[in-house]
Design a protein around this ligand. Structure first.
Ligand SMILES: [Zn+2]
Length: 247
């Protein structure tokens, strides 16, 4: 009996001693009732691309969500406590926990209720078909979709240099990737329709393939076989950045 206990303890120690992934958060991070956002969306839209808080701090507020990288050096997704950064070169990397982010929106994901998605659902034009299942309320919805898509169009950004242009200028030079027969996971949020300027209205989704080799901010898709789950969030916290430096 004692020996068995000792073995279990050794296994536990071994588990604690294994190196975590570069930026993985503890499973208990964040609140399952709150959407936590780093900086108002309007700041990003106006060219606020300098990182404010490190990945390690953002991970304290959730294991599910999306973000933009420092200097807008790519889009990012947070899936199951792990950030992935989509570089303009097409590379996908796990950013270091010290990298500062200018924008992030995260929550603690603990599962959700299923939303029936017909094959052939088109984003964004067809999302209104989900309204009976995802009705307009004052709540935010954390959204997770997993499965296969006939087509999926994602974008990422190139790193910007000072003086930073507004986001619509950066968007004019975005890097777009079209995936066919894409399998993977899509996470993000559906915010209330009046959410600007603090956050973005309607669906905001980021995608990463099952093999974690491609992805980005979702511009368009046509679903094939997708499981969608949503979970309501009644609280919204915005971490306000310090005053910007003089131009
Ligand atoms: Zn995005």
């Amino acid at each position: 009996m004692i020996k068995r206990f000792a073995t279990a303890a050794a296994l536990l120690l071994a588990a604690c001693g294994t190196n975590p992934a570069p930026n993985a958060a503890s499973p208990a991070s964040g609140s399952a009732t709150t959407v936590w956002q780093l900086a108002p969306a309007q700041l990003l839209l106006r060219g606020g691309y300098d990182g404010i808080l490190p990945v390690s701090e953002v991970l304290r507020h959730g294991n599910h969500g999306l973000a933009g990288a420092d200097r807008l050096d790519g889009e990012m997704v947070l899936v199951d406590g792990q950030f992935y950064q989509f570089l303009a070169s097409g590379q996908v990397v796990q950013p270091p926990s010290t990298m500062r982010l200018p924008f992030a929106e995260v929550t603690r994901w603990e599962g959700g209720r299923d939303v029936r998605v017909q094959p052939g659902l088109v984003f964004p034009a067809g999302m209104g078909a989900l309204a009976p299942q995802v009705p307009d309320t004052n709540a935010f919805y954390a959204v997770r979709m997993e499965g296969t898509w006939d087509t999926l169009v994602v974008r990422t950004f190139r790193a910007q240099t000072r003086p930073y242009p507004p986001l619509d200028t950066a968007t004019a030079h975005q890097v777009v990737d079209t995936l066919v027969n894409a399998r993977g996971v899509m996470v993000g949020f559906r915010q209330p329709p009046y959410a600007l300027p603090m956050t973005l209205p309607n669906y905001h989704l980021h995608f990463v393939t099952a093999d974690r080799s491609r992805g980005g901010h979702v511009l368009a898709f046509r679903s094939r076989d997708v499981r969608m789950q949503v979970s309501e969030r009644s609280e919204f916290t915005v971490h306000m950045p310090p005053a910007p430096p003089a131009p």
